[in-house]
Design a protein around this ligand. Structure first.
Ligand code: ASP
Ligand code: MG
Length: 409
């Protein structure tokens, strides 16, 4: 018997009608003779509401507070897992709900962004022998201290893919409100097209660049364990986008997609002395505070002998990053900080770039023609990113989409 994991996002379980529809999608997989494990998110909007409650109650800046925060946030998935199991039972499908601690899904102690260390599937497998569908609450696990932890926003994807890897599932279907992965955000680029497949590497770049279809960490796990993933809509009957390994990818397009991220801010630290150790000094304390730094550039300052360092962080981390820098002003000995929040990152992604040149040249040419000022450039083997003023974002996305031949006919 094949094992299929189905994951349903918040919009797919937003009310009882939709949960009934999800139960039918589970029934379809069962009727094909498969063993089925389901992972659910909280109902759309519920987690946001919990976040607002928690933030209104306290500042949430130590681990003890974050443990309570997680305990609050995890409740959304407890509700939907129970509701779906109940609905399945009511249409004659044997099912039961599982919370993270019950399986258990063992995680580290990083409250609000924990990592899964061990996913125990023995109880789920035992259920399969009875024909039972497992309905697992996404997003949550249990810490070393036996407390409830969450896996970071969007973490149900990670639950689903880690579960698929642990079960050695034949496929993991991620049901969401879009019907697949697109060449660009169709809300901005109307000529964007649905991709029939993307490679893990491309999906990883696109997810980390802000394409919200999958949590970045879930893609890392899928890539590591070669989990066959499909992203599809629970509201349509069409197949979605398959996320596959490069070996299995038939055609290697030069550019697969264009991603963007508006949720970063840029900090420039001016006039750091001793340029050769400046970066080493500055990024240590930021890392200790768990602040993820993205694009980094180091320049010579206008003042001789010193250096300026610019880098981007998630807007959510901006305040804390500034605080760390200000608290260390005496040690770092910089002159000032410049903050820009109205920036956006645009990235072109494609595995074909590994073996072709000229992609960057093309990108800079198009942006220059449109008068878009590039603030920072960064590249990897399969991606080129630029930071630009956010007011040019839509223009840049559309122009690049056309230039790389991605527009729908
Ligand atoms: N409910 C959580 C969130 O909104 C986890 C998820 O939906 O994946 O972030
Ligand atoms: Mg999601």
């Amino acid at each position: 018997m094949a094992i299929i994991v189905q994951k349903f996002g918040g919009t797919s379980v937003a009310d009882i009608e939709r949960i009934k529809h999800v139960a039918e999608l589970v029934r379809k997989e069962k009727e094909k003779g498969n063993n089925v494990a389901v992972v659910v998110s909280a109902m759309a909007g519920v987690t946001d509401k919990m976040v607002a409650y928690a933030k209104a109650a306290a500042r949430l800046d130590d681990n003890e507070q974050l443990a309570e925060y997680d305990s609050i946030l995890a409740s959304g998935e407890q509700i939907t897992s129970g509701l779906l199991a109940l609905t399945l039972e009511s249409i004659g499908i044997k099912a039961r709900s599982w919370l993270g601690w019950q399986l258990p899904i063992k995680c580290d102690n990083s409250y609000s962004k924990a990592r899964i260390e061990n996913f125990d599937v023995s109880k789920i497998l035992a259920g399969f022998t009875e024909g039972e569908v497992a309905v697992v609450a996404g997003f949550q696990g249990i810490s070393h201290d036996q407390r409830i932890v969450t896996l970071g926003r969007g973490g149900s994807d990670t639950t689903a893919i880690a579960l698929s890897a642990s079960l050695n599932a034949d496929r993991c279907d991620i049901y969401t409100d879009v019907d697949g992965v697109y060449t660009a955000d169709p809300r901005i680029v109307t000529k964007a097209q649905k991709l029939s497949s993307v490679t893990y590497e491309e999906m990883l770049e696109m997810a980390s660049l802000g394409a919200k279809v999958l949590q970045t960490r879930s893609v890392e796990i899928a890539m590591k364990y070669k989990v066959p993933v499909q992203v599809l809509s629970s509201f349509s009957n069409e197949s979605g986008t398959f996320v596959i390994s490069e070996e299995n990818s038939m055609e290697k397009k030069l550019i697969t997609g264009i991603a963007y991220n508006r949720n970063e801010a840029m900090i420039t630290i001016r006039d750091l002395p001793e340029p050769w150790i400046a970066a080493a000094k500055v990024f240590g304390p930021l890392a200790e505070e768990n602040i993820n730094v993205d694009v980094i550039v180091q320049n010579i300052s206008k003042t001789g002998g010193a250096t300026d360092i610019s880098f981007t962080v998630a807007k959510d981390d901006l305040e804390r990053a500034i605080e760390v820098l200000e608290n260390n002003k005496e040690i770092f000995k910089y002159s000032s900080l410049t903050i820009s929040s109205d920036i956006a990152k645009v990235s072109v992604v494609g595995v074909g770039m590994k073996s072709h040149s000229g992609v960057a040249k093309e990108m800079f040419k198009v942006l220059a023609e449109k008068g878009v000022n590039i603030l920072v450039i960064s590249t990897s083997e399969i991606k080129i990113s630029v930071i630009i003023p956010s007011e040019y974002l839509e223009l840049a996305l559309r122009a690049l989409h056309t230039e790389y031949g991605l527009d729908a006919k």
